[in-house]
Write a protein that binds this ligand. Structure first.
Ligand code: NAD
Length: 487
């Protein structure tokens, strides 16, 4: 069934509850990576626009902080209803601007982004604090109230690969916690973020509590990070961008979700059929453009040949093509800069003598699913995040060697391993330095109510559910000596 496309969108930005143009008056075009067609135009915001949004957000936050928990939860539930009602239209726009397949786009909206409204509404009710008696022998009359206060204004700087789900984690939980939020999406995918702002506005959040500003990262994103009016930055993107934000942000809460180079370890006692399926999802879901992707496949010598034969056969079944076609398994890469990086990694692998078992070619932004054998630690794809549809195969002979290889990159987001031994599962789980280690599961898996985040250069802090509520609040202790109050 063909999907009917809307005419080109012309959206404004949301500042202080009003949809407005940038003070610059400039706009920029957004084109589909699938076929180059115009999706629409959005304002090119400036640092001045950021300052206006911050001023509105500071006022709105005072209103939000006084709003009852029940009312905030009701608004989030209403936002969920609105988001579900418009999910199919939003999925089509998301599919077109990212280049992910329509099935992946629906998955992002319905399975990942929309549940955040509810998780935030319900999490908020649990996240209320504690009253404890003092633990000190000489202070038994003291009561310690431990509360979570809103942190203030939260800047949310988000990437293009999950343009609805990722920002909505911080926006929903940020609002739930009583903060106002300013969202700055990636420039190739602004419409999914604008859709999120429309949803919150229609739900009835106070004017200024959610703003959305489109425009260049080094201008709009950097001003959000640098401006003392923002109290926290929730950034998701490349490690080098996260490092530049850290350098300018000054003293404020930083929640950083950055790049990965996830290992998928397959031991000699693994269920190979399951491990191959895990590699297919890990390497080729969203054409490999996922922070949690299987960026390195580490195979025990004993199962290397069988695994590789199975992986090649299974990968040949993947259909690459128009992301709007319901039958497509893999669409194009999102943008030229990312395609150039993937190409550089493929060229480097060729120059170093890697064996291309499948793929290696490309046509514009469409890259073939590629399997490269004989990869060693000096290859670019072993050291850095490739962010493309590539399965680099590396080998090991022992458990210790597998753990050493898994840990040899500066990243530590999600590691995965397949084994049928519980002892090996524990040793891998404890030995791999990643925020999450998944045993007998693909790297591209996460639970919406479990902590998510990276170690080393992959991140700082944890998101999802109660963990992001903790990141976006200040913990306060109020100590009261009840022996001194009037009886
Ligand atoms: P990016 O770092 O290029 O951009 C991310 C955001 O930062 C965009 O909104 C961009 O406009 C903005 N930005 C760019 N320069 C900036 C600057 N100087 N100051 C402030 N903001 C700036 O990343 P991307 O290419 O959009 O996304 C891909 C990257 O994101 C990959 O490395 C991927 O691993 C990572 N990612 C991580 C996670 C995670 O949860 N760990 C999730 C998704 C993506």
């Amino acid at each position: 069934m063909a999907i009917a496309l809307q005419r080109a969108l012309e959206k404004k930005v949301l500042i202080g509850g009003e949809w407005v143009e940038s003070e610059s008056g400039d706009r920029f075009e957004v084109r589909s990576p699938g076929d180059g067609s115009l999706i629409g135009t959005v304002p090119r915001c400036t640092g001045g626009d950021v300052k206006r949004a911050i001023a509105a957000a500071i006022e709105a936050q005072k209103v939000l902080a006084r709003m009852s928990v029940k009312r905030r939860a009701e608004l989030l539930w209403r936002a969920h209803e609105i988001a579900e009602r418009r999910a199919e239209d939003d999925a089509v726009v998301l599919c077109r601007e990212v280049g992910k397949t329509i099935r992946e786009a629906r998955d992002e909206i319905r399975t990942y982004s929309n549940p955040h409204f509810i998780e935030a509404a319900e999490g908020l009710k649990r996240f209320r604090g504690l009253i404890n008696p003092s633990t000190q022998e000489d202070s038994l009359d003291k009561r310690l109230l431990i509360t979570h206060e809103p942190i203030g204004v939260v800047g949310v700087i988000s990437p293009w690969n999950w343009p609805a789900d990722i920002p909505n984690i911080a926006v929903s939980h940020g609002l739930a916690a009583g903060n106002s939020v300013i969202l700055k999406p990636a420039s190739t995918t602004p419409f999914s973020a604008i859709a999120i702002a429309e949803i919150y506005q229609e739900a009835g959040f106070p004017a200024g509590s959610v703003s959305v500003l489109t425009g260049p990262g080094p201008t709009v994103g950097a001003e959000l990070a640098r401006n003392p009016g923002t109290n926290a930055i929730s950034f998701t993107g490349e490690t080098k961008t996260g490092e530049s934000i850290t350098a300018i942000a000054g003293i404020k809460r930083l929640l950083l979700e950055m790049g990965g180079n996830g290992p998928l370890v397959v031991m000699d006692d693994a269920n190979l059929e399951a491990a191959v399926e895990a590699a297919i999802i890990g390497c080729f879901y969203l054409a490999g453009q996922v922070c949690t992707a299987s960026e390195r496949i580490l195979l025990h010598d004993a199962i290397h040949d069988e695994f590789v034969d199975r992986l090649v056969a299974r990968t040949k079944q993947l259909r690459v093509g128009d992301p709007l076609d319901e039958q497509t398994d893999m669409g194009p890469l999102n943008n030229r800069a990312n395609a150039d990086k993937v190409q550089a990694h493929l060229d480097d692998a060729r120059a170093r003598g890697g064996t291309f078992l499948l793929g290696g070619g490309s046509d514009g932004l469409y890259f073939e699913p590629t399997i490269v054998d004989g990869v060693t630690s000096d290859f670019l794809m072993a050291r850095e995040e490739t962010f493309g549809p590539v399965a680099p195969i590396m080998r090991f002979g022992s458990l210790d060697e597998a753990i050493e290889l898994a840990n040899e990159t500066p990243y530590g987001l999600q590691g995965a391993a397949f084994t049928s031994s519980l002892r090996t599962a524990f040793l891998l789980g404890e030995g791999i330095r990643c925020g999450t280690v998944l045993i007998n599961e693909t790297n591209n898996y996460w639970d919406q109510l479990a902590p998510f985040g990276g170690m080393k250069k992959s991140g700082l802090g944890r998101e999802l559910s109660d963990w992001i509520l903790a990141e976006l609040t200040e913990v306060k202790q109020i100590s009261i000596d009840i022996s001194k109050v009037k009886q």
